[in-house]
Design a protein. Structure first.
Length: 206
């Protein structure tokens, strides 16, 4: 792709670094910015800059937040006895979109994948143990993508929490095995949460 402007070329290069954005899509975005009013572009770039430098991670659940503790964790209307364990922040957004879950969350930041060098130390598992141990959590809902890595993570966490008086359930298999949670439609995801199962029906504990 040949450009007559080095400035446009640099902008396209930066946009194409985003996941799922190829150079043609990046070029369309850049050209759209050129057609926009200068103040609108400044608002756009300012919002991105403020987001990148201002967003924090909740010290309780590791979700994104504008403050030290996210709006979900401080909401007195949430069921504090339930914690839904998810892989990423995108999964929190997906489940919240169903409007069928009123408990809290815990974002692991990934799932166990030894081949990719992701072990328990790279995930927010130790803080999950602390939350269950020090708070009145009676149920953990394991809402991880139904993949081999997801199943391995569920099994590992269940073993780590085996000494604590907490019920561990998993979302129903309305999500196809090998699928990604964030791509499930809202109705399927809502039914999977509503029809969650005890972990004993999901994985054999040894």
């Amino acid at each position: 792709m040949i450009f007559s402007s080095k400035l446009i070329e640099d902008a396209v290069k930066e946009f194409s670094r985003l996941p799922g954005i190829g150079k043609k899509t990046a070029l369309r975005m850049v050209l759209q910015l050129l057609r926009m009013d200068g103040n609108e572009v400044d608002e756009f770039t300012g919002a991105v800059s403020r987001m990148r430098h201002g967003v924090k991670f909740c010290r309780e659940c590791h979700n994104v937040s504008d403050s030290e503790v996210c709006g979900i964790c401080v909401n007195p209307g949430r069921n504090r006895s339930q914690v839904c364990v998810v892989e990423t922040i995108r999964d929190v957004i997906a489940i919240e979109s169903t409007q069928q879950y009123s408990g809290l969350y815990h974002v692991l930041g990934g799932i166990l994948s030894p081949l990719d060098g992701i072990g328990p130390e790279q995930l927010n598992i130790h803080t999950l143990h602390g939350r269950v141990k020090n708070n009145d959590v009676t149920e953990l809902i394991m809402a991880l993508s139904p993949t081999i890595e997801g199943d391995t993570t569920v099994y590992y966490i269940a073993r780590q929490l085996n000494d604590l008086p907490v019920t561990i359930t998993t979302i129903a298999r309305g999500i196809a095995f090998g699928g990604e949670l964030e791509y499930a439609d809202e109705m399927t995801l809502a039914r999977s949460i509503a029809k969650r199962q005890p972990i004993e029906n999901y994985v054999t504990m040894k």
